[in-house]
Design a protein around this ligand. Structure first.
Ligand code: COA
Length: 385
C-alpha cells in the first residue's frame, strides 16, 4: 500500500435507513418483561438454588455504558415480542430480491444518483458486511443484477472493519484496471443479536451504506475525495465471536449445539467480552491511525474529522484522545450511534455520509472501522471537489 494514492478517489456515498426505530425504553421494557416471565416460570428452580435468576436491564445503564439511545431495525414487533425476541423476516421466493440485497440496492442507488452515474458507469460490486444472508450465490452478484451492472461482484466479510477493507479492495481493483467500483455494506445486525442477553441486547441496529470509488483521471466531479492512503490490521481474538455457520446443522445431529431460539446463552449469535474488547481494541486502533497518519505525512492536528466505527461512545473518545493528544470535539469525531447504535461495518460510513458536506478542498479526514477479528482499517481522504 503506497502512500500517494491520489490515483483513486471516492465520488459518492449512499445510506439506507430502515423505517422502524426502537428506543432504549421500549427495548428495556420488552427485555424486563422477558426476565419477569423467565424468573416466574423457573421460580421453583431459582428458589432451590438450582438456577440463577435473570436480572433486569436499564435504559440509564445502556446510555451511560454505550452512548446508544435508539436503533433502527428492519422489523420491530418480533424483537419486542417476549415469546420470540428476534425480527420477523418473511421468507422470499428465489425469484424475489433478498432483503439484504434490497437494502444494499437502496443505498447504492442513492450513491449513484448523487454522482449522476448509471449502471454502465460501474464495473464491479463489493458487498462487504458482517453477515451474509446465505452462502451462495453471492449477495453482491444479486445486487449487481438488480442494479443492472455488467461486470463482476463478490462478497467479503471482515466484521465491523468490512467497509475499510472493502475500500482497500476496491482501490486495488481500480489499480488493476477497473474504472469504478461500488462497495456496499448492508447490515441486519438485529438478526445476529441475542435480545435475551442483558450484556449485549442493546448494542446493534440495522442499516446499509454504499461508497463509489473511481479511477482519478482528473475529470470534474460534483464531489470527490482523494484516497491518500489505506492501512489494514488484524489480530486474532475470541473476545467478539459468533459461532453460527454451515457446520451447525451437523453439530446439532450430534446433540452438541444449543438451540439459538431458546437458549439465552447461545454461541450461535453475537457474543463478546465487552470490557476486554474495549481495553484491547482502543490501543490497537489508535496506534493504527497514528502510525498511518505519520507515514502519510499528515499531522493529527491537520485532520479535520475522524469518522470512526460506532460501537461505543467512550471507546471513540479514547481513540480520538490518544491520536490527538487531547479530547476531540463532536465536530472532529461525530457520533451517530446515539440514533443508529452499532451498525457494524456501516457505522463509520454513516458518519462520513452525514458529516462531510462542510469540508473545503484540501481538508483531510480519516475513516476508520474496527471490530471482531480483531480487525481494523484506516482510510485517509482529502476533499478535492
Ligand atoms: N442493564 C443494567 N446493568 C447491566 C446491563 C444492562 N443491560 N448489562 C450489564 N450490566 C451490569 C453488569 O452486570 C455489571 O454489573 P456489576 O458491576 O455489578 O458486575 C455492570 O453493569 C458493568 O457491566 P460491564 O459488562 O462491565 O459493562 P461495561 O461498562 O463494560 O459496558 C459495553 C458494556 C458492552 C457497553 C462495553 O463493554 C463496550 O461497549 N465494549 C466494547 C464493545 C465493542 O466495541 N464491541 C464491538 C462489537 S462489534
Amino acid at each position: 500500500m503506497s502512500q500517494d494514492l491520489a490515483d483513486v478517489r471516492i465520488v459518492a456515498t449512499g445510506l439506507y435507513t430502515p423505517p422502524h426505530s426502537i428506543s432504549n425504553d421500549e427495548l428495556v421494557a420488552a427485555f424486563n418483561a422477558y426476565v419477569e416471565d423467565f424468573n416466574s416460570k423457573n421460580a421453583a428452580a431459582i428458589a432451590a438454588g438450582d438456577m440463577e435468576p435473570l436480572h433486569p436491564s436499564s435504559s440509564e445503564f445502556i446510555e451511560k455504558a454505550s452512548g446508544i439511545k435508539a436503533r433502527y431495525v428492519i422489523e420491530k414487533d418480533g424483537i419486542l415480542d417476549i415469546a420470540r425476541m428476534a425480527p420477523k423476516v418473511a421468507p422470499r421466493a428465489n425469484e424475489e430480491l433478498s432483503i439484504l440485497a434490497e437494502m444494499a440496492v437502496a443505498a447504492a442507488r442513492e450513491a449513484m444518483r448523487s454522482a449522476d452515474l448509471k449502471a454502465a458507469d460501474i464495473d464491479g460490486v463489493i458487498c462487504a458486511a458482517s453477515n451474509m444472508q446465505r452462502a451462495y450465490p453471492a449477495i453482491a452478484v444479486e445486487i449487481q443484477d438488480a442494479l443492472g451492472i455488467d461486470g463482476f461482484a463478490f462478497d467479503m466479510n471482515v466484521a465491523c472493519a468490512s467497509a475499510a477493507f472493502g475500500i482497500e479492495t476496491g482501490l486495488g481493483l481500480i489499480r488493476a484496471g477497473a474504472r469504478r467500483i461500488i462497495m456496499v455494506n448492508p447490515e441486519i445486525c438485529s438478526a445476529h443479536l441475542n435480545f435475551r442477553n442483558r450484556d449485549c441486547h442493546f448494542i446493534f441496529g440495522d442499516v446499509a451504506t454504499a461508497v463509489i470509488l473511481e479511477r482519478n483521471d482528473g475529470a470534474p466531479a460534483s464531489e470527490a475525495w482523494d484516497i491518500l492512503g489505506t492501512r489494514l490490521k488484524t489480530k486474532f481474538s475470541n473476545n467478539i465471536r459468533n459461532n453460527f455457520g454451515f457446520l451447525n446443522h451437523c453439530e446439532r445431529e450430534t446433540g452438541a449445539a444449543a438451540d439459538p431460539q431458546t437458549d439465552p446463552s447461545t454461541d450461535k449469535l453475537f457474543m463478546q467480552e465487552g470490557r476486554k474488547v474495549f481495553k484491547e481494541v482502543v490501543p490497537m486502533v489508535s496506534e493504527l491511525i497514528s502510525g498511518h497518519l505519520g507515514d502519510t505525512g499528515v499531522a493529527p492536528e491537520d485532520v479535520k474529522r475522524f469518522w470512526l466505527h460506532q460501537a461505543n461512545l467512550s471507546m471513540n473518545e479514547f481513540i480520538a484522545r490518544k491520536v490527538l493528544g487531547r479530547d476531540a470535539t463532536r465536530e472532529e469525531a461525530p457520533v451517530i450511534l446515539d440514533d443508529y447504535a452499532n451498525t457494524s461495518s456501516a457505522g463509520s460510513i454513516i458518519a462520513f455520509h452525514k458529516y462531510k458536506d462542510d469540508f473545503k478542498p484540501g481538508q483531510v479526514g480519516v475513516i476508520c472501522g474496527f471490530g471482531a477479528g480483531y480487525s481494523a482499517g484506516s482510510v485517509i481522504v482529502r476533499k478535492t471537489a
